[in-house]
Design a protein around this ligand. Structure first.
Ligand code: SF4
Length: 340
């Protein structure tokens, strides 16, 4: 990456103290996202991907907290800011798109009121100018007759149109980055592709970095430039999308990517079913490589030592099979098409 990243996350650890011990839903996570780049963060439920997103935007529910590590936005630390300072960053410098559009919209205000307020507060424009800008923002996300629909309430839009409004709202203050957490999961399959394409195009045009959190490999394959695969709170593989999706290195990624296509349209959950067992509970993360009880390639080192991220082509993978010391194990067996 030649230019300095918009978002830089280094050795991030999130801890939640409980009566039975301290949970670590995010454990030593590091990644960068450049301007105009989409980083897809993928994994099964409980992998730590949404918690990582929440940590970046300072929305971890107490008693959870960032225990160590750094989050930098265009070079400046944002993980140690006061709640009031972080509130100013959310909405202005970091836009957010969540699974449920109604979580981002006030049902009692028209979409115009909400857009105009964001534009006035963050860009310092007068009312009339903010309204013009709000109409242009709605046109840009593909709302037909935007000059009339601007005075409609959120419930008067379909699910897909509502998510378009949320994207307009997330981008209204010209943020440096956008966090999208399962932005299409609640939508009809027919509109999912349009929404992710829209998000990608608008962010690329504006040079905004995107952290796209999803369990849906189809969304990742169509949208992301790079992919981070998470398992049990850690990044287990990170690299260019064509490599991680097309020729994954980590056995968990292999299980996520390669499975029988589903006719139901929910290919991701079909893929996830291909991996035997379940994501470990945070109180009982297995020793060594956390994936070893489910891994068809596990060997004697795996339950004793946790693998660091090791170079594999253009990617990094936390798997001992990528270590030069274990190449004889790679050569003596072929990676399965999928974990079965
Ligand atoms: Fe499987 Fe061992 Fe690699 Fe973990 S380190 S993914 S258990 S082969």
């Amino acid at each position: 990456m030649t230019q300095s990243p918009v978002l830089s996350v280094t050795d991030l650890v999130v801890e939640i103290p409980t009566r039975r011990g301290v949970l670590r839903p995010v454990d030593s996570v590091s990644f960068d996202i450049a301007a105009g780049e989409v980083l897809g963060v993928v994994g099964e439920s409980g992998a730590g991907k949404s918690m990582t997103g929440s940590a970046v935007i300072g929305l971890i529910d107490p008693p959870g907290r960032i225990a160590s590590g750094e989050v930098r936005l265009n070079g400046a630390r944002i993980d140690n800011l006061r709640p009031s300072e972080m509130r100013r960053i959310r909405g202005k410098r970091i836009g957010m798109v969540f699974q449920d559009p109604m979580a981002s919209l006030n049902p009692l205000l028209t979409v115009g009121d909400q857009l105009e307020e964001t534009i006035q507060v963050h860009l310092g424009l007068r009312r009339a100018e903010a309204r013009k800008r709000a109409i242009a923002a709605l046109e840009e996300v593909g709302i037909p007759a935007a000059d009339r629909r601007i005075d409609s309430y959120p419930h008067e839009f379909s699910g897909g149109m509502r998510q378009r409004v949320v994207i307009a709202l997330a981008l209204a203050a010209e943020p440096e980055m956008v966090i999208a957490d399962e932005p299409t999961t609640a939508l009809d399959v027919s509109v999912q592709a349009q929404i992710v394409a829209l998000l990608r195009r608008l962010c690329r045009e504006r040079g905004a970095a995107v952290m796209l959190i999803t369990h849906d490999m189809g969304v990742i394959a169509e949208t992301a430039d790079r992919v981070a695969v998470m398992y049990a709170g850690r990044v287990v593989e990170i690299g260019p999308v064509r490599e991680v999706v097309g020729a994954p290195s980590h056995p968990y990624s292999v299980g996520l990517m390669g499975a029988t296509p589903s006719t139901s349209g929910d290919a991701a959950s079909e893929r996830l079913k291909q991996i035997p067992g379940a994501m470990p509970r945070l109180l009982s993360i297995p020793s060594g490589c956390a994936f070893h009880p489910r891994c068809p390639r596990a060997f004697d080192t795996c339950d004793r030592e946790a693998p660091p991220l090791l170079r594999s082509g253009s990617s990094l993978a936390a798997c001992w099979l990528c270590s030069p010391d274990h190449q004889h194990l790679v050569q003596s067996a072929t990676l399965p098409e999928a974990i079965e």
